[in-house]
Design a protein around this ligand. Structure first.
Ligand code: SAM
Length: 206
């Protein structure tokens, strides 16, 4: 399909601007140079994944991190969630090529996440949180659908125009009841992990 000139300009502008990352530029998210900032291998370690983990990836895009994560949970399941169907289709195409059978796909409506309470061992996102329009609503949903001993993991990388600071992410998560657990990296490129409780309250909702 031919794209008109103004559409091309919109996409080019968005590449350096804020808002939902355009699916037309999804290929740029698959450049291996990204490993300098965060590799799938490093993320797997930071997520403390077990082979039977049930994992939700929010804003998967074309699945740069997803393949290696799905491969590391031979007895588990990975659900890719994105607000753009085109991103999920792109990720599925790549994942199907690898023959992975433990991956499912979920199209987000931007407000609620239609999963039962206490569904996931891990919920993670990479360069996504700044783009999410309804951050507080999402945080409340993460709290509800994460298992009591689960981990919510948020990674932000240099160069993302929507990047949030460590401090702002802490406030956002703690306002929804999450407790700070661990942090990796530096101010420019980091992964910050939260739990539902700090180990002394045994997962009781506060
Ligand atoms: C910059 S891309 C990052 C993709 C992937 N995490 C990566 O690092 O390669 C951000 C992704 O978040 C998705 N996104 C933005 N807002 C969202 C929302 N409210 N719910 C789910 N996905 C969202 C976009 O569609 C896009 O695929």
């Amino acid at each position: 399909m031919k794209m008109n000139k103004s559409k091309k300009i919109d996409i080019a502008e968005r590449f350096g601007g804020k808002g939902i990352f355009p699916y037309q530029l999804a290929f740029t998210l698959l450049m291996p140079i990204r490993n300098i900032f965060l590799s799938p291998k490093k993320l797997i370690q930071r997520l403390e994944i077990k082979e039977d983990s049930i994992i939700l990836e929010i804003g998967s895009g074309p699945g740069y991190f997803s393949i290696k994560i799905a491969e590391s949970i031979s007895k588990g399941k990975l659900i890719l969630a994105d607000i753009q169907q085109e991103m999920l289709d792109y990720a599925k195409k790549r994942i199907d090529k690898k023959g992975l059978k433990n991956v499912e796909y979920y199209l987000c409506d931007g407000k609620t996440l239609q999963f039962p309470d206490n569904s996931f061992d891990r919920i993670f996102m990479v360069t996504v949180i700044g783009e999410v329009e309804n951050k507080e609503e999402y945080m409340k949903e993460f709290y509800r659908i994460l298992k009591n001993d689960g981990i919510l993991s948020i990674s932000e990388l240099a160069g993302d125009p929507d990047k949030m600071t460590i401090e702002d992410i802490k406030v956002l998560a703690e306002n929804s009841g999450f407790k700070f657990y661990k942090i990796y990296g530096n101010k420019k490129n980091f992964t910050i992990n939260f739990k539902k409780h700090n180990g002394t309250q045994h997962g009781k909702k506060q």
